[in-house]
Design a protein around this ligand. Structure first.
Ligand SMILES: Cc1ncc(COP(=O)(O)O)c(C=O)c1O
Length: 418
């Protein structure tokens, strides 16, 4: 018997298609001037790693101090595996055992049948590590900011982002259908000015920034941002992907680095960098995590991270927690690398972020140096990532597991070439 489907009533509270389109259009019109500012003519094109050899780089082992790239075992200063955990035997063993038991993933979202014991344990472990009541873990750190924006959009009137904020912040903010303004990079005075100029009476602002900016490894000036927000009772959200595990006495990230705790501050991170695992996460009070689950479409609408990758994340988190010496070694290595770079005549900050960046006179020079280093078995990035100048910058990531000799080797090779 053929069944005729009557037009379905939309669930109360869920916007219907027409309402959604009307809202999108209204949002687009409201955003238009801000869009113009964000994507001004001088906005650099989206970029990643420049200076690739023909055919690109192909990684043929787990990333670590020594990594096989294009068939050669190299001294590796690329990527973001700051504790070199991705190839750690315990992390690999946890992933393999979980793959055997659970397969690749749950093949349904968490509002279906997708709540595996591995997922729930990972979220407990994240909350424990960060000292929060609860946490949520999901398929990519790129979604961090989408989750935060969706959860906070009803409470705020406008969003303010650092002009070099990560791609994932720029992509996420428009989903709120609220006006978006940019302020000068790490400039709390400019933020205060933009708040004053653009907020309507009674509007609560949401400020979004990277905690640690990936290209130059600079830290957001959190206390100054909070001071600028004080008169408006605004929210500050940090994409802390490069800070979690690394910054703060317990490796809890940028807010811990500054000793800041506030119910108006939220942060999100990734398991894919310091922790050697995979997926994005937000540690927060239970009420906020429940609110995220109720407001962000990616919770009912996406398959969770692959289960073996979540098991790897649990193990990585355990190792970082039980072995704080790794953070100590990382800090020592960062000091050695930054001091060495200074001795070569390059300007560099002296913060504890394991990202070391320097520029040469021209893009051609940087391509040459990257290629010659690679010829000698040393890998650094020629980065055109967000926040980099058009010609890019040379960027070395420092790992806790690099030996002092390996860092000296990088500095020695550089001295020869520049
Ligand atoms: C600042 C920042 N946020 C988010 C991400 C995305 O994280 P994931 O790789 O877990 O998707 C990255 C990725 O490198 C990043 O640098």
């Amino acid at each position: 018997m053929s069944q005729k489907h009557a037009p379905q009533e939309i669930e109360p509270g869920m916007p219907g298609r027409r309402e959604f389109l009307a809202k999108s259009l209204a949002g687009f019109l409201a955003l238009n001037p801000a869009l113009g500012r964000l994507f001004a003519d001088d906005e650099p094109e989206l970029g990643g790693e420049g200076g690739l050899p023909p055919g690109g780089f192909v990684m043929e082992s787990a990333p670590g101090p020594e990594t096989v790239i294009n068939g050669r075992r190299c001294l590796y200063f690329g990527g973001t595996g700051y504790f070199a955990l991705h190839g750690h035997p315990e992390v690999i063993a946890a992933g393999i055992a979980t793959f055997r038991k659970y397969g690749c993933h749950s093949a349904t979202s968490r509002t279906g049948f997708g709540n595996t014991p591995v997922q729930l344990e990972l979220e407990r472990k994240i909350a424990d590590y960060f000292g929060t009541e609860d946490s949520i873990h999901f398929v990519s750190g790129y979604l961090d900011n989408l989750f935060l924006v969706q959860a906070l959009k009803a409470r705020v009137g406008a969003i303010f982002i650092d002009e070099t904020a990560h791609f994932s912040i720029r992509d996420a903010v428009y989903s709120a259908l609220k006006p978006v303004y940019t302020f000068k990079h790490r400039d709390a005075e400019d933020l205060a000015l933009k708040l004053k100029q653009n907020l309507k009476a009674g509007d609560v602002p949401l400020v979004m920034s990277d905690g640690v900016f990936p290209t130059f490894g600079l830290i957001a000036p959190v206390p100054e941002f909070l001071k600028a927000l004080e008169p408006y009772q605004g929210y500050l959200c940090l994409d802390d992907s490069h800070a979690v595990g690394v910054l703060g006495p317990n490796g809890r990230g940028t807010f811990e680095h500054f000793g800041v705790k506030s119910d108006r501050c939220f942060f999100a991170g990734t398991m894919s960098k310091a922790f050697g695992g995979h997926g994005g996460f937000i540690p927060a009070p239970k009420a906020f995590i429940d609110h995220i689950k109720a407001t962000c479409g990616a919770y009912p609408g996406a398959t969770p991270s692959p289960t073996p990758a979540m098991a790897a994340s649990i193990k990585g988190l355990e190792i970082v927690k039980r072995d704080p010496q790794r953070r100590e070694r990382l800090r020592r290595n960062v000091v050695q690398a930054k001091n060495g770079l200074r001795k070569l005549g390059f300007e560099t900050n002296d913060n504890p972020v394991p990202i070391v960046t320097w520029a040469l006179k021209s893009a051609e020079d940087m391509k040459r140096v990257q290629a010659e280093l690679f010829d000698r078995g040393v890998v650094v990035a020629l980065s055109k990532y967000v926040g980099a100048p058009a010609g890019g910058v040379l960027r070395a990531s420092i790992f806790s597991e690099h030996t002092p000799e390996q860092i000296d080797r990088l500095l020695g090779e550089l001295k020869r070439l520049v």
